[in-house]
Ligand binder design. Structure first.
Ligand code: 8YV
Length: 319
């Protein structure tokens, strides 16, 4: 495909950094759906010509949007998670879907492990303790729980779960994981087939599953009860993997020790019950948010679109 293909029209669902926007604008005719005050009007004008969607992991593309674009051929997702894309609707029409795996794996794992450390050692409160003069006024900061040597459970030993577990091994942790089957690439870690049993084992339970209809609320009241008052649940996957109401009930009542969450139902809005809790660490869905990774993700979004429209193989196809 020529470097510039202004004939190819793409609907852009959410904003990208300038370093991605500029090359996209230079290559395709981009229609900014997220900037349109009247989205129906924009669609009515551009729908007959749009051949591609550029979206983000958490925004995806639903059946209604896909149905409104009769010429749609490809959806390029800026993110590894494609649960917000209606894959069934894509399959019915032979629409290709791509995502951005691998390039973000290690940053997501880093943040998950950092969340465990920050929350377990009370580092947010400790920072405040220094800044507000409590250190000088009240003395030593309250003691917190140790991380090294304790028991970790990794729910979903895919690319991200594997990198989390590798990092936890560096903390001399006793590592178990749950997945659809035991993994031969994880000989040193204990396979536990039932998420409830995994939660019972864990002092730190990492949720690292790709979200789908099958995994919805896999961390529900049973898993949360099994985790118990000494456990921390860390979610760097998708909010839908956890029953948020059951999580909030357990956190409020002390039946679950704590949680460290990068994802929320209805984000960026979140259930106000979270804000009243001091046993949660709240993060703004930024596990992949480093310059290096986001640049690599943006490049993959473009390269997949360019590959599709020049008839080459997709680099990272989902469908
Ligand atoms: C987001 C993500 O895409 O990779 C995923 O699945 O959810 C994230 O990387 C990112 O926040 C950009 O929107």
């Amino acid at each position: 495909m020529p470097v510039s293909s202004p004939d190819v029209e793409i609907l852009q669902i959410g904003p990208y950094p300038e370093w991605d926007q500029a090359p996209l604008d230079a290559t395709f005719k981009m229609h900014r759906y997220f900037e349109a005050n009247n989205k129906a009007d924009l669609l009515a004008t551009v729908a007959p010509k749009v051949r591609g969607i550029a979206t983000r992991g958490e925004l995806g593309a639903d059946r209604a949007l896909i149905g409104a674009l009769p010429k749609l051929e490809v959806i390029s997702v800026y993110g590894v998670g494609y649960d917000a894309v209606d894959l069934a609707a894509c399959r019915e029409r032979g629409i290709r879907v791509t995502n951005t795996p691998d390039v973000l794996t290690k940053d997501v794992a880093d943040l998950g492990v950092a969340m465990m450390m920050v929350q377990s050692r009370g580092m947010i409160g400790a920072e405040k303790w220094v800044r507000d003069g409590s250190w000088a006024d009240k003395g030593l900061y309250p003691l917190k729980n140790r991380v090294f040597g304790r028991k970790a459970g990794v729910l979903g030993l895919g690319r991200i779960g594997f990198e989390v577990a590798k990092r936890l091994a560096g903390f001399d942790m006793d590592i178990a994981y749950c997945d659809v089957s035991a993994k031969d690439y994880a000989p040193d870690w204990t396979f536990i087939s039932d998420p409830v049993d995994l939660a019972r084992h864990a002092d730190f339970l990492f949720v690292t599953l790709a979200a789908s209809a099958e995994t919805r609320h896999i961390v529900g009241s049973e898993v949360i009860e099994a985790a118990g008052p000494d456990c921390m649940i860390i979610n760097i996957s998708r909010a839908a993997n956890i029953d948020e109401n059951a999580l909030l009930d357990a956190l409020e009542q002390g039946r679950l020790g704590s949680a460290a969450l990068d994802v929320f139902e209805g984000e960026p809005e979140l259930n106000p019950r979270f804000l009243a809790l001091d046993n949660v660490l709240l993060q703004p869905h930024h596990a992949s948010g480093t310059f290096e990774t986001r640049k690599a993700m943006g490049q993959l979004v473009r390269d997949n679109l360019i590959a599709h429209f020049s008839g080459a193989d997709l680099l990272t196809p989902v469908l």
